[in-house]
Design a protein around this ligand. Structure first.
Ligand SMILES: Nc1ncnc2c1ncn2[C@@H]1O[C@H](COP(=O)(O)OP(=O)(O)OP(=O)(O)O)[C@@H](O)[C@H]1O
Ligand SMILES: [Mg+2]
Length: 163
């Protein structure tokens, strides 16, 4: 499989619950070493997605925004590393040694991943959440490499293209 092939799935969310449904689907498909970057404006729903993902990965208790802690670790079916790099620079992120998480045995969710685009592993899933109304969101899921391309194709088969 060509690593550079990008596969895109678009999903129209009309409520927090819709966003959680997508998060649940991806959490169900999660395997060790999965990396998901999340972008979108303030309040778009990156943390809401992460909370749904965590719950469906079997994480017990409350998952908060890690804005001030940068990385929070949880234990679910797999370890979950929830990161938010909004408040740090590329240089600071570089010093955190993120590869240990990216190429580890857990799942990584990275809020504001575009800030550290250069540090993201070549293979990952990127989710962009665009606010389209009070509760409406256009969610674009883009695969960089496998197995993420297959995941996007499975999502398209399940839900179709929602423009
Ligand atoms: N369709 C939707 N999907 C996700 N969140 C929604 C939706 N509709 C309403 N919301 C609400 O939008 C808010 C999203 O906030 P959240 O903290 O997840 O955003 P964020 O992208 O993480 O922002 P920040 O960049 O500040 O961390 C929540 O209050 C959530 O309940
Ligand atoms: Mg957030």
């Amino acid at each position: 499989m060509d690593n550079n092939v990008e596969t895109v799935f678009t999903y129209r969310s009309y409520s927090l619950r819709d966003t959680e449904l997508l998060a649940a689907e991806l959490a169900g498909a999660a395997t060790a070493g999965m990396v998901i970057g999340l972008d979108g404006d303030l309040g778009a729903g990156k943390t809401a997605f992460s909370q749904g993902f965590a719950r469906h990965l079997g994480v017990q208790g409350i998952v908060n925004s890690p804005t001030f802690t940068i990385i929070k670790e949880y234990e679910g079916r797999l370890p979950l590393y929830h990161m938010d790099v909004y408040r740090i620079s590329l240089e600071e992120a570089d010093e955190l040694g993120l590869d240990e998480y990216f190429f580890g045995q857990g799942v990584c969710l990275v809020e504001w991943s575009s800030i550290i685009a250069e540090l993201m592993p070549p293979r990952h899933l990127h989710i962009y959440i665009e606010t389209a109304g009070a509760e409406e969101r256009l969610i674009t899921v883009k695969a960089a490499g496998e197995p993420y391309g297959g995941l996007c194709r499975a999502l398209t088969e399940k839900w179709g293209i929602q423009e």
